[in-house]
Ligand binder design. Structure first.
Ligand code: ZN
Length: 276
C-alpha cells in the first residue's frame, strides 16, 4: 500500500503568522517544520482523507491528479475548509456540468449536521445537487471498500469522531487517527497494526514541551502509546502537529528516541511517503 501524509500540521501549524517561536523561525526556511493542514492520501485507492485549506496545493505538490473518493473524518474547519477543491476538480464551469461521475464523499450523519450548523457543510448538499459529488453516510464498523483497500471507521464515543482502520489486499493495516482523539477506546478488532498515524497529543511528561498548559479535551501522548501497544502497532507516525508545542521536527526525533526507546515513533512531515 502506498500512502502520502499530505499535511502534517494541526489547527495552528508552523510557520504561524505573528509568532516569535523558534519553530516558526525554522519553518519559515521551509523543510519539515513547514506544515500544512491535516490530510492523507491512499494512492492504491485514489482516496483522500480530509480537505484542509491548503489541500489544492498539497495535491499539486505531490502530483496527484486523480481523486476517486473523499472521507471527511469530522467537520472541523482545519479538516474541511478546502472542500471547494472538489468543485475545482469535478465541475466544468464552461459547459456547466460535472467533468466525471460524482465523487463519493463519506461523512457520518452527526458530523454533517455539525458541519452545516457551524461551518460550510451546506456546500456538500449544493455540490450533490449539481451532480459532481455524492454524499455517503458511514457508521462505526462499516466496511468501506475502495478497490483493494478497505476502510473501517471506528467511533470515538466521547467526541463522535472516528479512527480509521485501512487494510489492503495483503492484510497490511494502517490506523489513521488524526483528530478528535479523546477518551479513545481501542476496539478489540484493531490488532496487528503495521502503522498507527496519530494526532500529536500533549505530553504528560512536562519536561518535553515548553507548553505548560495542557489541553483538556484530548488524551495524552503517553496514553496514545498504550493504545499503540494494544493495537500491536509496529510503528507510530505523528501528525496534526501544533506550532504551540514549540518542538521542531529534529527536536521531536531526538526526544522520542530518548524518552520512548521501546517504540518506533517518529514525527511525520508534509509529503511523507509511507509504503507497506
Ligand atoms: Zn484537527
Amino acid at each position: 500500500m502506498e500512502m502520502t501524509l499530505l499535511g502534517s500540521g494541526g489547527v495552528t501549524p508552523a510557520p504561524r503568522i505573528g509568532s516569535k517561536t523558534s519553530v516558526t523561525a525554522l519553518a519559515k526556511n521551509g523543510g519539515p517544520d513547514f506544515r500544512t493542514g491535516s490530510s492523507f492520501f491512499v494512492h492504491d485507492a485514489h482516496l483522500l482523507f480530509d480537505t484542509p485549506e491548503e489541500v489544492r496545493f498539497q495535491l499539486l505538490r505531490q502530483s496527484i491528479d486523480r481523486i476517486d473518493a473523499v472521507i471527511l473524518t469530522h467537520w472541523h474547519p482545519d479538516h474541511t475548509l478546502g472542500i471547494r477543491v472538489l468543485e475545482q476538480y469535478n465541475w466544468d464551469f464552461v459547459h456547466k456540468k460535472p467533468v466525471r461521475e460524482p465523487i463519493p464523499v463519506y461523512i457520518s450523519k452527526q458530523q454533517l449536521t455539525w458541519f452545516k450548523e457551524y461551518s460550510c457543510g451546506g456546500f456538500l448538499e449544493f455540490y450533490q445537487k449539481k451532480g459532481f459529488i455524492k454524499i455517503i453516510f458511514f457508521d462505526s464498523h462499516d466496511r468501506l471498500v475502495f478497490n483493494d483497500v478497505t476502510v473501517e471507521p471506528i467511533l470515538i464515543e466521547k467526541t463522535k469522531g472516528f479512527y480509521f482502520v485501512i487494510t489492503d489486499s495483503q492484510g497490511k493495516r494502517v490506523v489513521y487517527a488524526p483528530c478528535e482523539y479523546h477518551e479513545l477506546v481501542v476496539d478489540p478488532s484493531t490488532r496487528a497494526v503495521d502503522i498507527l498515524i496519530s494526532h500529536n497529543l500533549f505530553w504528560e511528561d512536562a519536561t518535553i514541551s515548553p507548553r505548560k498548559i495542557p489541553p483538556t479535551d484530548e488524551d495524552s501522548f503517553e496514553q496514545m502509546l498504550t493504545h499503540a501497544t494494544e493495537m500491536e502497532a509496529e510503528r507510530v507516525i505523528i501528525t496534526h502537529i501544533e506550532e504551540t508545542f514549540e518542538l521542531s521536527h529534529e527536536q521531536m526525533i531526538s526526544v522520542f528516541k530518548q524518552k520512548y526507546p521501546d517504540f518506533d515513533v517518529v514525527p511525520g512531515y508534509d509529503g511523507m511517503r509511507i509504503e507497506l
